[in-house]
Design a protein around this ligand. Structure first.
Ligand SMILES: *Cc1c(COP(=O)(O)O)cnc(C)c1O
Length: 388
């Protein structure tokens, strides 16, 4: 039997089904129904209600972030975080070429432009060496202390690493780099709720971190996101600008700056509160699944992607690296034809029409991973009910 056929059988055995196996399905086996119905009964389904505050508190507690501010989705959270960091027209924002398009969309909607560096083989996220090499060759610190791109005279204001599939980037090196070059660090932790770098939760290293609760993430609120803030003043500001920058008053309307309508509705937060009660179970089950895959692929021509040595990953999406692009194509074709959903990684951002003109460093690792990586089914397998 070929390794691909053996894998199809293995996945069907793990998930105990011969039916279609999705890449990542949400799981609602706790208080989800109860809390959502509660918001309907209370009529507080929208941007005011107890579940939003409760959800924020539970994320603060879980991540040890100083302040968490809930938003309508992860892209909105990124947009607002970049805005608060002062990212604006003509600025450059360093990010990795291998990411989900949301990272770059948020940057571009502010009139700034992404600047692409390579990913690290260790983490599949932003590579500190590639970034530093680029900066040394192409940037300088001006008299005001800003990092300036030499050829275009544009301000490199922020750096947004993304913790690919939940595997933390090399944060010691990256935070050091950001402080040396005076660049604001904003972590795209959309995929890494429950992932730790040397014991500290991802998304709490930069000035801001961003989470997503889209339907395919570790926990979901239908659609939703969160801004994690290290600084108290940033936390207060984040809440203010994501709620139209309205000054509190019993009946008058006064908005003291440009704001967004980005507050998470209570009905979504209700789902989030219930999902948080299951988060640790999801993480435990995802780790068990990753261990199974790791053993299954050991010694084969497929290299299972393991968490970096310095990290504890949430194993949001499991992945294997194939020997060649052709082997990757065969793997994708045969698994999907047999009802086991697998997917190639995103196309590199610099290949998309709206980002094809962006400044970039050499991207050898990104290009290699783009051509050889496949994501495999990653839903946590939960057999016992989790009603509390
Ligand atoms: C999911 C995700 C986001 C945010 O997505 P939303 O659907 O807007 O919540 C941002 N960046 C990355 C890398 C993601 O995977």
């Amino acid at each position: 039997m070929t390794m691909i056929k053996a894998f199809i059988n293995y996945a069907q055995d793990l998930y105990q089904t011969r039916e279609f196996i999705p890449l990542h399905a949400p799981s609602f086996q706790g208080n989800e129904r109860f809390y959502v119905v509660d918001t309907i009964d209370s009529t507080f389904v929208s941007s005011v209600g107890k579940y939003v505050d409760q959800f924020e508190s539970s994320i603060e507690e879980f991540t040890s972030a100083n302040k968490a501010v809930a938003t309508v989705n992860g892209t909105a959270a990124l947009h607002a975080a970049l805005f608060m960091a002062g990212v604006g027209a003509r600025d450059l924002v360093i990010t990795q070429a291998l990411t989900f398009v949301a990272t770059c969309n948020a940057i571009s909607h502010l009139g700034a432009e992404p600047l692409f560096v390579d990913i690290s083989k260790k983490s599949l996220g932003l590579c500190p060496e590639s970034t530093e090499a680029f900066l040394i060759e192409n940037a300088f610190i001006n008299d005001d202390g800003y990092c300036i791109h030499r050829q275009t005279n544009r301000h490199i204001r922020a750096l947004v690493p993304m913790h690919t599939f939940g595997h933390p980037v090399e944060l010691d090196e990256i935070t050091e780099l950001c402080s040396r070059w005076n660049i604001i660090l904003i972590e795209d932790s959309a995929e890494s709720l429950g992932s730790y770098y040397k014991g500290q939760h991802t998304g709490t290293f930069g000035r801001f971190g961003v989470l997503s609760f889209n339907g395919n993430k570790v926990i979901t609120t239908g659609g939703g996101g969160m801004i994690l803030c290290q600084d108290n003043a940033d936390g207060i500001h984040a809440k203010h600008i994501t709620t139209t920058a309205k000054k509190p008053h019993a009946y008058e309307f006064f908005h003291d700056e440009l704001g967004f309508n980005y507050r998470m509705p209570n009905i979504n937060a209700a789902l989030g509160c219930a999902q948080m009660e299951s988060l640790q179970l999801f993480l435990d089950k995802k780790r068990e699944l990753a261990d199974c895959y790791s053993q299954f692929f050991a010694g084969s021509e497929f290299k299972f992607v393991e968490e970096p040595g310095y990290a504890k990953s949430n194993y949001w999406l499991n992945a294997v690296i194939c020997e060649s692009s052709r082997a990757r194509d065969n793997f994708l074709k045969e698994t999907n034809e047999n009802g086991v959903m697998t997917r190639p990684v995103w196309q590199l951002m610099n290949r998309l029409p709206m980002f094809s003109g962006c400044i970039k460093n050499d991207l050898p690792v990104s290009e290699y991973i783009e051509g050889t990586l496949v994501n495999i089914p990653s839903s946590p397998i939960i057999n016992e009910p989790v009603i509390k």
